[in-house]
Design a binder for this molecule. Structure first.
Ligand SMILES: NC(=O)c1ccc[n+]([C@@H]2O[C@H](COP(=O)([O-])OP(=O)(O)OC[C@H]3O[C@@H](n4cnc5c(N)ncnc54)[C@H](O)[C@@H]3O)[C@@H](O)[C@H]2O)c1
Ligand SMILES: O=C(O)CC[C@@H](O)C(=O)O
Length: 320
């Protein structure tokens, strides 16, 4: 049987797959190129990182039985169409939660302490302490939108910083959520917007969360508040965010994910005028040696099990 990877993955996972299947690494996320490669290779399983697995891609693989997301968020896969065609879709929950929560905390600290912009200035030979007046985290309120695995890890890891944790998640019914030795007080969305000093997003991208952060939500936030998004770009309306930052409606933002990826900023793109109000990283929250290895092994084991037994493990919610 044949397994196609749209993008490469850690060698430990690849060698597991090679013991059982013929594998091919397409090394592209471009739709047309991918379609041609898939038509030629005719895989029984596809492993995708960020490549879009659309209806058209699915139709180009007549032997396809499993589409596996190398990661958690599977909004890049047309799950409904796959289901209609009796093709299973899996993801890898949990394996990158430590890396992603660590990275989110890094963004929070770097943004509030102006680390990235101070570093840029130092490298330009400029010593300018008075531009970099930072903000303390102690005593502030962190709003967590999407209180799942990563959202809870963030509260657990930040517990020593003297923050108060509040959360919004319509699928969590408890008023208080335990996260290690700390607690997250659950609120409705508007109350979270009004009360947070820092908001961090950890929801999947769905029809409910698309554009959840828009002009209307920014207007309800404190003018001193910061927004962190290491979940999915589409959850935040980028034009509204830009306007809110430019007009001082909110204080700052850090983004690891974008409405369209890859997101390559042209030299005079408006975002480049926001200076120390924004930090941008290229979807790397989960990109650590440890997480990439764990995910590659889990995804390989899921495919080996699934192609041998008919039904893979780690099926996404729509199949349960
Ligand atoms: N930047 C990265 O590299 C990176 C890495 C890992 C995960 N992610 C993203 O982070 C997301 C969260 O990951 P996770 O492991 O915590 O997943 P999870 O499934 O454990 O948690 C997601 C939470 O979001 C909640 N949710 C769903 N719809 C919501 C809504 N409308 N409003 C508020 N909450 C809602 C769910 O109830 C759940 O508790 C993933 O779906 C993925 O898109 C990004
Ligand atoms: O493939 C990646 O590197 C990112 C995946 C990440 O966004 C996820 O949802 O797990």
């Amino acid at each position: 049987m044949r397994v196609l990877l749209t993008e490469t993955m850690d060698e430990d996972g690849l060698s597991l797959l090679r013991n059982h299947f013929e594998i091919h690494i397409a090394n592209t996320t471009e739709k047309e190129k991918l379609k041609i490669i898939i038509e030629k290779f005719s895989p029984h399983a596809i492993i995708a990182k960020l490549a879009n697995i659309t209806r058209e891609i699915i139709d180009s693989a007549p032997h396809l039985k499993i589409i596996a997301k190398h990661g958690v968020g599977y909004d890049n896969i047309d799950v409904n169409y796959a289901k209609q065609k009796k093709i299973y879709v899996t993801n890898v929950p949990h394996d990158n939660a430590d890396s992603t929560s660590e990275f989110t905390i890094t963004l929070i600290l770097a943004l509030l302490k102006k680390v990235t912009v101070a570093d840029q200035k130092m490298k330009m030979g400029i010593w300018q302490r008075n531009e970099f007046l930072g903000t303390e985290i102690m005593g502030k309120t962190l709003g967590i939108v999407g209180v799942g695995f990563i959202g809870r890890k963030i509260a657990e890891k930040l517990a020593g910083f003297g923050l108060r944790f509040i959360g919004y998640d319509p699928y969590v019914k408890d008023n208080i959520v335990k996260a290690g030795y700390t607690e997250i007080q659950m609120l409705n969305f508007d109350d979270l917007l009004y009360r947070s000093d820092i908001i961090t997003i950890h929801t999947p991208l769905t029809s409910e969360t698309k554009n959840l952060f828009n002009k209307n939500s920014f207007e309800k936030m404190k003018s001193t508040a910061y927004l962190i998004n290491a979940a999915r770009g589409g959850v935040v309306n980028e034009v509204d965010l830009y306007e809110s930052l430019k007009g001082g409606r909110i204080a700052g933002a850090a983004l690891d994910v974008y409405e369209t990826e890859p997101f390559v900023i042209e030299p005079h793109h408006p975002l480049t005028n926001l200076h120390d109000k924004i930090i941008l990283t290229p979807h790397i929250a989960a990109y650590t040696r440890e997480a990439q290895k764990k995910i590659a092994i889990t995804v390989a084991e899921d495919i080996i099990y699934g192609l041998k037994n008919g039904i893979p493990r780690n099926l996404v919610g729509e199949f349960r």
